[in-house]
Design a protein around this ligand. Structure first.
Ligand SMILES: [Zn+2]
Length: 334
């Protein structure tokens, strides 16, 4: 889950109200924890550093501890989707300040990062390597990136320099060059895994939940059939689906009229929660769903999920890693 807050959506839409930093984390996290807890599903949460300041947000984020298993990960400090235009020092701040806040609030160290707007310049990868991150998850290898960007630019009220910078969003056709499965990079001698957001095999269309609930707002039947097909194609092509959730997937139109422009936000809360639960249940019956770091270990047994525990020694972790060999047939993650 990318734990994007309301202010980040308002800013992306060019709405000046974002500056008062309106948010919904306490309400929505409660719903997420409840539903995923009932389904016994784990969750990786990409958290924005700006939301690790106010007490009520920190308490809400800490309440993910009520889940059977969750993993805190880094989603930048300010959620600016144009990291590719930033200076090196700014990029380092975006990642390292959030890293420190996550440690302070959750008592754990993030091992993964996802750039806002699926932006993944080389400098980001260097900072992640320098900080001993295990994976980046900023690649979205979709065929519709140029369309998604065009729709964004058409709908947003962003002006001037910000609009210019937004013109590189989603990576354009470049994003199609990337594989639809995890792969390993070598950054100055450091191994850094890339965990792309999975798209539909062959068509490369999105299968994350905002897209799915957007389809469902037109036809539940069509959306369910699309999602079933996506999971089936993942199975037959041996693709472990990394499915992306956002907080509005747990909200309906009666929750927030300011977000009405967001895909799927025309649905009533009851209908939205029902369709999301249906999809999560199907996902959990067809795949062995894991946090990103746990799933990554099926690709690379040297990966040590316990490295997230502060004060953990690497040597101990390696022993744990080599002594556990029970890998599931169909690992998956979100
Ligand atoms: Zn985000």
């Amino acid at each position: 889950m990318d734990l994007d807050n309301k202010w980040a959506y308002l800013r992306a839409a060019g709405n000046p109200d974002w500056q008062t930093r309106p948010g919904y984390l306490p309400i929505v996290i409660d719903r997420i924890v409840e539903m995923l807890g009932e389904l016994n599903l784990p969750l990786t949460v990409f958290t924005v550093g700006r939301d690790l300041v106010e007490d009520e947000d920190c308490v809400a984020i800490k309440s993910f501890d009520r889940m059977p298993r969750w993993e805190p990960a880094n989603h930048s400090l300010n959620h600016l989707p144009w990291m590719h235009t930033m200076e090196s020092s700014e990029i380092a701040d975006e990642i390292e300040v959030t890293d420190a806040r996550i440690r302070e609030v959750t008592g754990r160290r993030p091992l993964g990062f996802r750039g806002p707007g699926f932006s993944c310049p080389d400098e980001v990868l260097s900072v992640l390597s320098r900080n001993d991150y295990v994976y980046d998850a900023s690649i979205f290898p979709t065929s519709i990136a140029p369309i998604a960007r065009a729709v964004f630019l058409m709908k947003t009220d962003l002006q001037g320099a910000e609009k210019e910078r937004a013109k590189k969003l989603y990576g354009g056709f470049d994003s199609l060059r990337h594989p639809n499965h995890p792969f390993e990079r070598n950054i100055a001698g450091h191994s850094l895994w890339e965990m792309p957001v999975t798209v539909m095999p062959f068509t490369r269309t999105p299968i994350h939940f905002s897209y799915f609930t957007f389809l469902a707002s037109f036809s539940t039947l069509a959306a369910k059939s699309y999602f079933r097909t996506a999971l089936w194609l993942c199975k037959v092509t041996g693709t472990a689906p990394s499915l992306l959730l956002h907080p509005p997937d747990f909200m309906g139109r009666e929750d927030d009229s300011d977000l009405a422009y967001f895909p799927g936000m025309k649905m009533q809360r009851r209908d939205k929660l029902a369709i999301v639960r249906w999809a999560l249940e199907l996902y959990s019956t067809q795949f062995d769903v894991r946090c990103m770091i746990d799933a990554l270990r099926t690709f690379d047994p040297a990966v040590d999920p316990d490295a997230a525990q502060l004060g953990h020694s690497r040597a101990t972790g390696n022993n744990i890693a080599t002594s556990t060999g029970q890998l599931a047939q169909s690992p998956s993650f979100q």
